[in-house]
Design a protein around this ligand. Structure first.
Ligand code: DMJ
Length: 575
């Protein structure tokens, strides 16, 4: 008995010591480990507070009204997606559930992920007389389903054996087929609205946005790769090519256009509403499909943005024909731009505009929808903050790229503000007016698909370790597979990469810098293995500082050589 007690004390001592020791050693390798753990748990709780309340008070409708603990079928603005085997009067598409699946997978909640997958498999149908917005339905519903299908079938055995036989892909394919009539225009540019049952309605409006035509390629391209039906990718690609052909001589695009005539309607544009994801999808399509064509569009488009819209760290709007500034406004949606800049290696520029967005966040407590830079005041009618993700998204990318603890601090401050100002008993509510913090009865689905996801990944990126993903504009991960890649141009592949790449440097590469495995490489062991890019050569210094071009490596995504800027940073500097 005494011996038993002694053994027990010894065991307890060893346990405490080993926990203490492992904490010391993990904090030795990462001094911010404890903070990250605490913050990731906090974000996890935020996600479940939003998700559980949705499931309790709103599911299977589209979105939660957290103040009244009721629901809104917000897709009915986008169109009603009715559910099979439910009373006829019921409308709803379980939008927030579809949008939550990839976040549940990232949080490692296989039980809830499986429940959601099986429920949708049995209940969701698109055979409904409903007018939907093509762009929104594509990024939220099609993107959510395609991503969840991939997560359901990856090698992690997320689902109980035998329960899944591609039901989500079947649904996604059906939805994709219902999108196709929208592209049947003289220009190939899709209508903004389509009836899922009857196709394009009579007298349908012909005006759409640049994002509406230029942000379909990730989801529809992935759908083609998964189903073997090329029609989805072809339709999206044709629209994107047409859109690009409509650029001005300055390589600028407008914000709205007519799909029948192919004429611009709104010539002023920027990097925010109506245009944002067009730029995002050019670079992400290049990463996902390895097609040089996307980079050839992105490179001049990015250069034009930096030349005509940028004013120091701020971005204003300009007329696509003249390049002259039109509106000097900061919008909440623009805050995704630093994240995009990280993807192309433009870290210094990303950091400087991220700081300005965060400055505005701190000034108001959250980021307002629109701020008039020239008058230094809020837009009179756009004072709201609907729980948008863009600043958190850029913060996540910048932390991945730099490991600068400053971004953890930013993330913590975002988490604290959201909890302080928007958390209510029934979920998280949007802010109607950032000057009074008056709330609005709406918890958008992107709060679960994006805001919580990026905040969580900022503090816990274990989901990304040894995996390569591109996140769609709605935050749904798509894996980068060599089997989806076209051959990279020879010029992009340096011949001496093997000698430069050392084991030690390899280990240092973050998840974000582990990229494509070009199909041309003999080192790609098999189609589905996600390896670090064979062309990737890290910069000599981990902080990207340089004296000459020789200190810079080769970008892991585009396989393009990085160069040393005048400020002494390696990047994909565009001339
Ligand atoms: C999301 O639906 C997507 O990020 C989209 O690209 C733009 N905005 C919202 C969130 O703010």
């Amino acid at each position: 008995m005494l011996l038993g007690k002694r053994w027990a004390s010894l065991l307890i001592f060893m346990l405490i010591f080993s926990t203490f020791y492992s904490q010391i050693s993990s904090s030795k390798s990462d001094p911010y480990a404890a903070k990250k753990k605490r913050m990731s748990q906090k974000v996890r709780q935020m996600f479940y507070h939003a998700y559980d309340n949705y499931m309790t008070y709103a599911f299977p409708h589209d979105e939660l009204k957290p103040l009244t603990k009721s629901f809104t079928n917000s897709l009915s603005e986008l169109g009603n997606l009715k559910l099979e085997r439910l009373p006829q009067e019921y409308n709803g598409s379980a939008l927030t559930l579809i949008e939550s699946l990839s976040s549940l997978a990232i949080l490692g909640n296989n039980t809830e992920f499986e429940k959601g997958v099986l429920w949708l498999s049995e209940n969701l149908t698109f055979d409904v007389d409903a007018r939907i917005n093509l762009f929104e339905c594509n990024i939220r519903v099609l993107g959510g389903l395609v991503s969840a299908h991939i997560l359901a079938t990856d090698s992690t055995n997320r689902l109980t054996k035998g329960t899944y036989s591609n039901q989500l892909l079947v649904l996604a394919e059906e939805l994709g087929r219902r999108f196709l009539p929208a592209f049947d225009t003289p220009t190939g540019l899709p209508y903004a609205w389509i009836n899922l049952k009857h196709g394009v309605m009579e007298n349908e409006i012909t005006e759409t946005s640049t994002s509406g035509c230029g942000s379909l390629i990730l989801e529809m391209g992935a759908l083609s790769h998964l189903t073997g039906d090329p029609r989805f990718e072809s339709a999206a690609l044709r629209a994107l090519r047409k859109l690009w052909s409509m650029r001005s001589s300055l390589n600028l695009v407008g914000t709205t256009l007519d799909v029948e005539t192919g004429e611009w309607i709104e010539f002023s544009s920027g990097i925010g509403a109506g245009v944002d994801s067009f730029y995002e999808y050019l670079v992400k399509a290049h990463i996902l499909f390895g097609r040089d064509e996307f980079w050839r569009m992105f490179q001049p488009a990015y250069t034009a943005v930096q030349k005509y819209f940028r004013h120091g760290p701020w971005y204003h709007e300009a007329d696509m024909r003249t390049g002259r500034a039109t509106y000097w406004q900061l919008t909440s949606l623009q805050a995704f731009w630093p994240g995009l800049q990280v993807l192309v290696g433009d870290i210094t520029a990303a950091n400087s505009s991220h700081r300005e967005f965060f400055y505005v966040w701190q000034k108001f407590g959250v980021i307002p929808e629109r701020y008039l830079l020239d008058h230094q005041m809020l837009h009179p009618t756009e004072k709201y903050y609907p729980l948008r993700p863009e600043l958190a998204e850029s913060t996540f990318y910048l932390y991945q790229a730099t490991k600068d603890p400053w971004y953890l601090q930013v993330g913590e401050s975002i988490v604290d503000s959201i909890n302080l100002h928007t958390r209510v008993e029934g979920g998280f509510a949007s802010i109607r007016d950032v000057t009074t913090m008056e709330l609005e009865d709406h918890q958008h689905s992107f709060f679960l698909a994006e805001t919580c996801k990026y905040l969580y990944l900022l503090f816990d990126d274990s989901f990304l370790v040894n995996r390569n993903y591109v996140f769609t504009t709605e935050g749904h991960p798509l894996p980068i597979l060599s089997s989806w890649h076209e051959r990279l141009p020879e010029a992009y592949i340096p011949s001496n990469w093997t000698s430069v790449k050392s084991e030690e440097r390899r280990k240092r590469a973050s998840a974000m810098s582990q990229r494509i495995c070009p199909a041309t490489s003999p080192n790609c062991r098999n189609d589905h293995e996600q390896l670090e890019s064979v062309c990737h050569i890290p910069d000599t210094r981990a902080d990207y500082r340089c004296l000459t071009d020789d200190d810079c490596g080769v970008d892991s995504m585009s396989c393009r050589r990085r160069s040393c800027s005048m400020a002494g940073y390696c990047g994909l500097w565009l001339s």
